[in-house]
Design a protein around this ligand. Structure first.
Ligand code: XLS
Ligand code: NI
Ligand code: NI
Length: 439
């Protein structure tokens, strides 16, 4: 196999002063941060679909990038193999150790699922071959149950029992492939699990059916030796008007209601959180406090646009808050998957690398700054002090469960009017953050 990215060297760390576009400025894999290597804090993953598949087509125009990788015609098994070659060369040159895939990212889908599955067996044999002797592994796998027209009304939430069975067949195969490739996780992104109008939709029935399918997936996965986490990737809308996995809080409620919470965690995508009207940090925190922060789809959206623009992470503040939440949660069991694509006019092979360099550097910077905020301690101390009234006296009694409404009411009558609860000091805290970011 010949080199595909001929003009691209191995990407090395050169430090913040470097002006070399093909070098890391902040991502220094062996650097120790809070007692752990940067590369251990940041298990980065390549998204097969964007990096090796998406070539710039949008609603108004066709591909701008050539992602045939020397295979001539796209949509052939030869092209599928060329994508594997390109993907491994790409990961090696960047020092990325993980990848994520949908079934149909790997091979062209045939009309007959038996033929698609045969192609999947063939390509995953080839991927396994390429993995041998490297430390590249699979982060997670998933089944694409949203692109094919048969899934227009959803997969688990479809009104058609036959389509539901087809979805089951795809999940079964995708789970087998995930196990074969040693994947850490299996993702459900419910792209079309939702509705366009309530006029034709039985929401309760659809949600119960999704849960049934997830239970079947868990049962089968455990039977074939899948020991990793199942993930729900919340997203409020797009392509559907309303999607059931609206945000982390909703998805956590769902897995608890249907008894799936022992097997499921969240895969939080930055751009999905913002589409739900939250910050990225909010959905990370909600997942973490519920013990369900599993993995991250690292990208960013555009506040002026109302859809999932899947941009490479550039916003150092956002990355800092993400890493702050991850550090506080004790790290991820999953990883940081760049569910992101270069902008349509960034169509060269060099751009593919520069996009990943940007994303990796942004998160490395975020890690450094989050660690500095934690080491500085002023923010954490402020928060701890803010709730100090629950550490003694009547406050402690409340926490210890030694008070009831009558005790509290009697205390309040005795006390008269309480003092104001104390300044939130938001501006002081923001100043501290800026001082750490730029000081
Ligand atoms: C789409 C999702 C998708 C999932 C995997 O918005 O982010 O790419 O990550 O199906
Ligand atoms: Ni995603
Ligand atoms: Ni997305």
């Amino acid at each position: 196999m010949s080199e595909i990215f001929k003009n691209i060297p191995e990407i090395k760390y050169e430090g913040p002063q470097s002006k070399n576009p093909l070098a890391f400025k902040y991502y220094d894999p062996d650097k120790i941060v809070l007692g752990k290597k940067m590369s251990e804090h940041l298990p980065f993953a390549m998204a097969w679909w964007h990096n090796l598949g998406a070539a710039g087509t949008d609603m108004f125009g066709r591909d701008t990038a050539d992602k045939s990788f020397g295979a001539g015609e796209k949509g052939t098994m030869e092209h599928a193999r060329a994508k594997v070659d390109a993907g491994f060369e790409f990961m090696k040159k960047l020092g990325i150790k993980l990848f994520c895939f949908h079934d149909v990212d790997l091979v062209p889908e045939a009309d007959d699922i038996k033929e698609t599955n045969r192609r999947l067996d063939e390509i995953t044999d080839y991927i396994l071959e390429k993995m041998e002797g490297t430390d590249i592994k699979c982060l997670w796998g998933t089944a694409n149950m949203f692109s094919n027209p048969r899934f227009m009304n959803g997969a688990g939430s479809t009104n058609s029992a036959d389509v539901y069975c087809f979805a089951a067949a795809q999940i079964k195969k995708a789970l087998e492939l995930t196990v074969k490739l040693g994947g850490r996780g299996y993702v459900f992104w419910g792209g079309r699990e939702g509705y366009e109008t309530l006029l034709n939709t039985d929401v309760k029935f659809e949600q119960e059916n999704i849960a049934r399918l997830m239970h079947m997936a868990v049962d089968y996965g455990r039977k074939i030796g899948f020991t990793g986490d199942f993930y729900i990737e919340p997203k409020p809308k797009e392509p559907m008007k309303h999607q059931y996995d609206f945000d982390a809080a909703t998805a956590i409620g769902f897995v608890r209601q249907y008894g799936l919470d022992k097997d499921f965690k969240m895969n939080i995508e930055a751009n999905h959180a913002t589409l739900a009207g939250h910050t990225f940090r909010h959905d990370l925190r909600i997942s973490a406090i519920n013990g369900m922060l599993g993995s991250i789809d690292a990208n960013q959206g555009d506040y002026l646009l109302g859809w999932d623009t899947d941009e490479f992470p550039f916003d150092a503040y956002e990355a800092t808050w993400c890493m702050y939440e991850v550090l506080k949660a004790g790290g991820l069991t999953g990883g940081f998957n760049f569910d992101a694509k270069s902008r349509r006019p960034s169509y060269t092979m060099e751009d593919m690398f520069e996009s990943y360099i940007l994303g990796m550097d942004t998160f490395a910077l975020g890690l450094l700054k989050a660690a500095a905020i934690i080491e500085d301690g002023r923010l954490d101390q402020f928060v701890a002090d803010r709730y100090a009234s629950f550490g003694t006296g009547i406050g402690k009694k409340i926490i210890d469960g030694e008070a009831d409404l009558c005790t509290l009411a009697a205390y309040a009558e005795e006390m008269g009017a309480p003092e104001l609860p104390g300044s939130g000091k938001q501006e002081r805290l923001e100043g501290i953050v800026n001082q750490i970011m730029f000081g």
